[in-house]
Design a protein around this ligand. Structure first.
Ligand code: XMP
Length: 511
């Protein structure tokens, strides 16, 4: 079934993915596409509405991205946000000028005229602004619909032609009725039906995979992470035993995780899942290695070798499943910034597998949609809500050399931290939380005896995309319980510290 689609044209603003996610959350499928899409390409895409995003440029700068005015003659509703709002005015003969006063942050705006955009929104409410230019004169046929004290044209539109501009950012949560405004545009202006639901996605995707993969041999590398788990489960629904999954257990997962992968995917879902138990091999390779980048490289290379050996046993396959998700698709092709840490992901696998084609069943989904699909497919919460976990696993949470004893201490301490965060009801509000075993020993006193044991650090951060992060303000009493429990229950740990560094200057992981 073809869903109704909205086209989000990307003019380079920092909230562009967020706009697309909001539209999807409102049950309307959308794609984020480069702003230089031609009118012919847009016609072929056949959107029910077009959204222009914000961007860092000024419309009167000749080098800034512009649009072909023919877009406005397609008869498709258009909503311009921030730069997009200014671009509509500029293209259709209105006026955009440098504002006397830039507006950043929360502002109060008031509707001065009713329109389909203002339905169920109070006359006056708070919006979130971030601009220096603004529209000073609307194009012919348009009316001013809302203003703030210093921005006379906050919302404007032509109700007949269904073209609107909004100077503020309806996609950010600080815009009180931003979501309502987007909803009004989608449902009240574009005629959306709300046909983008995860149940529909699963039904359609499984049907499509059935056709594509019928009678074929399919291989998937499972890491225990959300994306590969959901991708494998979708494909399994479509082809059953045609799918072979290989789970490389490097022995560096958290307590109980390896067992959980087997219990859920092999035992409960009945997948053809091969576990390559390579813990000893990884530990041997890591013996004596302390340098973080060296650890990462060893683990990455070893992972590929173990997988290759398993893939050889399986022989040639028709398809290789990859858990690529939509943000990866959007990001690919953009410049990658400097390598701070060499990330190890399954991206290097294709070169060691004898396959004909790659299949990426999640390439249209945002992370939160992937989780919802997982739930729809019946995967348990611990799998679907799993926090981000680095490919090199606990090796980069053990400072200095990785040893069996340190691994065991860390696993036990980490489990206690996870349990207490869950008990305190904090798991949903913290992005990542874990224990680190430092490379320091300190003196303690336990039961009248002197001890000389490891310092365990606790790390918990809030973040939206892991690019920046702040240390989480975990309540003292929760930290106290964790500290008491670890020092009482875990051998070889006699001191607990809490990491209060943001990213930057630190990173989320310690290595
Ligand atoms: P940092 O430590 O760079 O981490 O602030 C940012 C996010 O990425 C995760 N991370 C990794 N994920 N392979 C991954 O798949 C890796 O090698 C890796 N290293 C860090 C980290 O847990 C955080 O969520």
């Amino acid at each position: 079934m073809q869903h109704q689609r909205v086209l989000v044209l990307d003019f380079g603003g920092q909230y562009n993915q967020l706009i697309a996610r909001r539209v999807r959350d409102l049950k309307v499928y959308c794609d984020l596409k480069p702003c230089d899409m031609t009118v012919e390409e847009i016609k072929a895409y056949d959107p029910i509405g077009i959204i222009f995003t914000g961007g860092p440029n000024s419309v009167y700068d000749p080098a800034s991205p512009h649009v072909d005015a023919a877009i406005f003659s397609l008869g498709v509703p258009v909503l311009g946000i921030c730069y997009g709002c200014q671009l509509i005015a500029h293209t259709l003969g209105g006026k955009v000028e440098h504002a006397e006063q830039s507006e950043y942050g929360k502002r109060t705006f008031s509707f001065v005229q009713d329109s389909p955009l203002s339905r169920d929104i109070p006359k006056t409410s708070v919006c979130w602004m971030s601009h220096t230019d603004h529209v000073t004169q609307v194009p012919q046929g348009f009316a001013v619909l809302a203003s703030t004290q210093s921005c006379p044209v906050t919302v404007y539109g032509d109700v007949q032609r269904r073209i609107y501009g909004v100077q503020f950012h309806p996609e950010v949560v600080h815009s009180e009725y931003g979501n309502a405004l987007l909803k009004n545009f989608l449902y009240g202006v574009c005629g959306a039906k709300g046909d983008w639901t995860m149940a529909n996605f699963v039904a359609d995707e499984v049907a499509a995979l059935k056709t594509k993969l019928a009678g074929k041999k399919v291989l998937c590398a499972m890491s225990g992470g959300v994306d590969s788990a959901v991708a494998a489960t979708l494909v399994h629904r479509a082809v059953g035993d045609g799918l072979i999954c290989v789970f490389v257990d490097h022995g560096l997962l958290r307590k109980g995780e390896s067992e959980e992968v087997m219990a859920v995917f092999r035992d409960r879902l009945g997948m053809n899942l091969i576990r390559a138990d390579a813990a000893d091999r990884f530990l041997q390779k890591l013996a004596g290695v302390s340098e973080p980048e060296q650890k990462r490289k060893i683990i990455g290379a070893e992972f590929i070798k173990v997988f290759e050996a398993e893939a050889k046993k399986i022989g040639a396959v028709d398809f290789l499943v990859q858990g690529t998700i939509y943000p990866d698709v959007i990001e690919s092709g953009k410049d990658k910034s400097a390598v701070i840490k060499s990330h190890h992901n399954v991206g290097g696998l294709p070169s060691v597998v004898d396959f004909k084609e790659i299949v990426e069943p999640l390439r249209d989904l945002f992370k939160d949609e992937v989780r919802r699909v997982g739930t729809e497919l019946g995967l348990p919460d611990p799998v679907v809500q799993r926090q981000p976990f680095p490919g090199p696993g606990l090796a980069i949470r053990i400072m200095g050399e990785v040893t069996r004893e340190k691994l065991e201490t860390l696993r036990d301490a980490d489990l206690i931290f996870r349990e207490e965060i869950a008990k305190a009801g904090l798991s949903g509000s913290v992005w990542q939380y874990f224990a680190v075993i430092t490379n320091s020993k300190t003196v303690g006193v336990q039961g009248d005896f002197r001890t000389y044991e490891n310092v365990i650090a606790l790390r918990a951060v809030t973040s939206v995309d892991a690019m920046t992060a702040d240390w989480a303000r975990i309540p003292y009493d929760v930290l106290e319980t964790v500290s008491n429990r670890i020092t009482n229950e875990v051998p070889h740990a006699n001191r607990i510290v809490y990491d209060i560094t943001s990213k930057p200057p630190a990173t989320i992981e310690w290595e």
